[in-house]
Design a protein around this ligand. Structure first.
Ligand code: ADE
Ligand code: ZN
Ligand code: ZN
Length: 274
């Protein structure tokens, strides 16, 4: 009996380590924060359209759907949508683009599907929830990472004396260690001026990608394999995480205003270079 329990424990540990490595996301709290922040920046008109489409479900609630379906093989084709890897110093497309898709193509597809009148309601719900999730993922710097280390997933580090990896530290360890709910994190955001908001909302999708890439370079320089990360790392980088979540929510709201409007002129500049 003891032997069976022992084997069972090993299997569970092995499975959960694997799952964590290959289930890429900001973590539930991070994604919900992005959705809730976005709702605070939406116009009443857009909020109503979204509430109608999602049957009253909040963006925070829908934000983790794209990760929940990852365990269902039916949705395997969407797995590469959560990230994009390319070499630092290179532009997107200079090295071969993943033919199975990436976060850039994923975001573009979601937007086009939601706007298309022929798309079914069920599909519009699917792609809207996916879009909310992907705008969050795009702002986790290591989702615009290096292919060789799977966006930091293979850089093993310790987080407060427990085995982790650099990707997971940025996805969820820092946020979870802060021990605030998503609604508390949402309330905790700094009030921004009109100019600050306009600066954050400006730029194309590729500009946002390169911003994450530049931050990813700094994250890679911040830690190395086998590092024991704790208070000092949290002190240095949690404020960065908070700013990324805030920025992500603001940009999501801005994008949704456009996605749910009849206007089309914004699309050319937003998708420039893709
Ligand atoms: N798997 C491979 N590359 C990844 C990345 N940059 N982010 C998350 N998961 C990945
Ligand atoms: Zn991730
Ligand atoms: Zn994800």
């Amino acid at each position: 009996m003891k032997k069976i329990l022992f084997i069972y424990a090993i299997l569970i540990t092995f499975n959960s380590l694997n799952a964590k490595e290959y289930f890429p996301n900001w973590g539930k709290t991070g994604h919900r924060t992005v959705g809730a922040i976005a709702e605070n920046y939406l116009s009443c008109k857009t909020k109503k359209k979204i509430a109608k489409l999602l049957n009253g479900e909040s963006l925070a609630y829908g934000s983790i759907y794209a990760d929940e379906i990852r365990s269902n093989p039916k949705y395997n084709e969407f797995a590469p949508w959560h990230y994009v890897n390319f070499d630092s110093g290179k532009k997107y497309g200079e090295t071969p683009v993943n033919p199975k898709g990436d976060i850039i193509q994923g975001i573009k597809t979601c937007i086009l599907k939601i706007r298309k009148s022929e798309t079914s309601i069920a599909d519009k719900q699917f792609y809207l929830k996916f879009l909310v999730h992907l705008i969050g993922d795009l702002h986790q710097p290591l989702h615009v990472g290096n292919a060789a280390d799977k966006g930091g997933n293979t850089i093993a580090v310790e987080w407060f004396n427990t085995p982790s990896n650099l990707h997971r530290v940025w996805d969820s360890e820092m946020i979870d260690s802060y021990k605030m709910s998503y609604s508390e994190l949402t309330k905790n955001t700094k009030k921004l001026s009109k100019t600050e908001l306009a600066t954050i909302q400006s730029g194309s999708l590729l500009d946002w990608v390169y911003e994450s890439k530049a931050l990813a370079d700094k994250v890679y320089a911040s830690a190395k394999k086998e590092d024991h990360l704790k208070y000092k790392y949290m002190y240095d980088f949690f404020p960065v995480v908070e700013k990324r979540l805030h920025k992500s929510g603001i940009r999501l709201a801005y994008l949704l205003e456009h996605v749910f409007s009849k206007k089309t002129a914004w699309m050319e500049s937003f998708f420039k270079g893709i």
